[in-house]
Design a protein around this ligand. Structure first.
Ligand code: NAD
Ligand code: GDU
Length: 331
């Protein structure tokens, strides 16, 4: 029985591939390498370069490898890009996911784990936000993910596909063993941009919006270490295999940091200063998003191991240094 990881050559997916292999699982990856990197995968993990929306390809992979579980990471992920290109986001995150789910149903896949996002909540009315809070995405990215949640819910009910929807809050950091990290050259995530600024790979950092209704006027986010997130998937897979009912789980620590607090943490951990400027709000950004994580703690028994902002930053920084060496070597 094999686990198919879509988007396994990407940031979070590559951590998942390592976690699955560490646990002795058989893994295959489907990735179109649009943002993923072949070298992000261990050499002995089969990689199919192709589209989640290619039903024939997905069916062939499921059949050839006896795939019984799919962990679906592949997506387009940049909130402001989704504002500029909603149709592209609905194609990749919703239409392609629908095709993948159909192939899963037809191919007899029993368990499906879907990467959703806190962006489905928009700006929550109360914090921390629980899974049953109103769903009011403020960007096409969030809407594209919410639509896939609904497709999965209905297909799961109709066809007996058991699923876990994991709504990630802000994912950051890198594998503590240095095997994987965020490698996208033009990544836009705050901690990634911050460590690049600290290493002189960017001239500095812009803060998008200082007039939000938050304590220091900048946005609040709940940053979760990518390895803790991979562990949440492993727990969800074990739960489904034990016959657990389809369920939605928030993945976050339940604590928010402002953009300015994150920048201070990066400067402190890196031991350097870098220029910070203030810019207007970025389209699609919610003011404050913090996870209510009671459900995943109580129902999956998940326990964060790395819930410490300086540790997250330190791992991101270490990976960025490795990456620079790798890029210098032309890898
Ligand atoms: N990074 C975050 O903070 C965050 C937060 C919430 C949710 N998520 C979700 O987690 C998942 C993984 O995100 P990530 O940060 O690792 O991004 P990423 O861009 O590093 O990984 C996405 C991977 O999917 C691949 N891909 C994209 N479209 C594809 C397609 N049609 N067919 C095959 N492969 C395709 C890319 O090449 C890449 O390897 C996404 O679904 C994203 O929406 C991420
Ligand atoms: O150079 C930067 C980069 C980011 N920010 C700010 O930092 C915060 C975090 O931004 P990120 O781009 O790191 O992450 P987002 O909160 O926009 O989005 C992330 O979390 C969302 C859920 O909350 C989605 O899941 C999405 O996929 C994922 O990228 C935002 O207020 C953003 O405006 C800056 O000020 N400057």
């Amino acid at each position: 029985m094999t686990v198919l990881v879509t988007g396994g050559a990407g940031y979070i997916g590559s951590h998942m591939v390592h976690a699955l292999r560490d646990a002795g699982e058989r893994v295959v990856v489907l990735d179109n390498l649009s943002t993923g990197r072949r070298w992000a995968l261990p050499g002995d993990v089969p990689l199919f370069v192709g589209e989640t929306g290619d039903e024939a390809l997905v069916a062939a992979i499921i059949g050839a490898h006896e795939v019984r579980a799919i962990i679906h990471f592949a997506a387009s992920i940049v909130v402001p890009d989704s504002v500029a290109d909603p149709l592209g986001y609905y194609r990749n995150n919703t239409a392609n996911a629908r095709t993948l789910i159909e192939a899963a149903v037809k191919g007899g896949v029993r368990h499906f784990i879907f990467s959703s996002t806190a962006a489905v909540y928009g700006t929550p009315a109360t914090l921390p936000v629980a899974e049953d809070a109103p769903l009011q995405p403020e960007s096409p990215y969030g809407t594209s993910k919410l639509m896939t949640e609904l497709i999965l819910r209905d297909a799961g009910r109709a066809h007996g596909l058991a699923y876990a929807i994991l709504r990630y809050f802000n994912v950051a950091g890198a594998d503590p063993q240095g095997r994987a990290g965020q490698s996208t050259p033009n990544a836009t995530h705050l901690i990634k941009v911050g460590v690049q600024a600290a290493l002189g790979l960017r001239p500095g950092l812009q803060v998008y919006g200082t007039d939000y209704p938050t304590p220091d006027g900048t946005c609040l986010r709940d940053y979760i270490h990518v390895s803790d997130l991979a562990a949440a998937h492993s727990a969800a897979l074990a739960y489904l295999r034990q016959g657990g009912a389809s369920r939605i789980f928030n993945c976050g620590y339940g604590r928010g940091y402002s953009v300015l607090e994150v920048i201070e943490a990066v400067k402190r951990v890196a031991g350097v200063d870098f220029p910070v400027s203030f810019a207007p709000r970025r389209p699609g950004d919610a003011a404050a998003v913090v996870a209510g994580n009671g459900r995943i703690l109580s129902e999956l028994g998940w326990r964060p191991q790395l819930d410490d902002l300086p540790t997250i930053v330190a791992h991101a920084l270490a990976w960025e240094r490795t990456l620079r060496t790798r890029n210098d070597a032309g890898a």
